[in-house]
Ligand binder design. Structure first.
Ligand SMILES: [Zn+2]
Length: 222
């Protein structure tokens, strides 16, 4: 693997990354990365293979062959997913010095039946895990923004916070200053700004490559 850590590759120092269902990752630069919904794509194929296998005699040659094919399909799905995530996380870690990302409550989201499949499929957790070690590898820094920080509801232009914002609203429109922006890009810009703020706060206190700022710690820093 090619490893570049020179400063020239970090074309924009700070970046915010918003993770979502619509697009896997939206950057504050406006770049969008779509996840390969690999499981969904092969789901019916897998289900059919598993169904057909139920009618085969256990231990028979046909049964064993089918088991191998099912395992192969599982592996294929896992590989596609991994490959997509690696491309995204390498790109982000190599091109930015400080990366702000929301601290997602993955287990909480998985309890929500409707979204759980899509979220699990997109691999938020894996993306975060890869960012954690790749930022160390490429000499950048990952800033985990508190998950209660209202990145979606806040106007990235004037800082005004909306009281409500439904998931169906794809465009963020500020009632205060009139700023209009793609919802995910607005959230990503806020995450970037929060990463800047937290980095300034933590400056000199924490030189670790990855650090986490909790709400209660913030108050006592300056
Ligand atoms: Zn505004």
């Amino acid at each position: 693997m090619e490893v570049e850590t020179s400063e020239t590759t970090k074309h924009q120092e700070f970046v915010g990354v918003d993770l979502g269902i619509n697009h896997l990752a939206t950057l504050s630069t406006g770049e969008i990365f779509d996840g390969v919904r690999s499981y969904k794509k092969y789901e019916s194929k897998l289900a059919r293979m598993q169904y057909l296998n139920r009618h085969k005699q256990k231990g028979s040659n046909n049964y064993r062959k089918a088991c191998v094919n099912i395992a192969r399909l599982h592996q294929k799905i896992a590989n596609i997913r991994k490959d997509t995530l690696h491309k995204i996380t390498t790109y982000i870690s190599k091109n930015h010095a400080v990366i702000g990302i929301e601290d997602l409550n993955v287990s909480g989201m998985l309890a929500n039946g409707k979204l759980s499949k899509a979220i699990a499929d997109m691999g938020f957790y894996e993306l975060r895990r890869q960012l954690e070690y790749k930022t160390q590898l490429y000499g950048s820094k990952l800033v985990i923004v508190d998950r209660f920080y209202p990145s979606s509801k806040t106007c990235s232009h004037c800082g005004e916070k909306k009281t409500s914002l439904s998931l169906s609203q794809r465009v963020f429109k500020c009632d205060h200053c009139g700023f209009e922006c793609d919802r995910d890009v607005n959230a990503a810009i806020n995450l970037k700004q929060e990463a800047v703020r937290l980095t300034v706060l933590a400056c000199g206190l924490d030189s670790a490559d990855t650090f986490r700022m909790k709400q209660e710690e913030k108050a006592g820093i300056c």
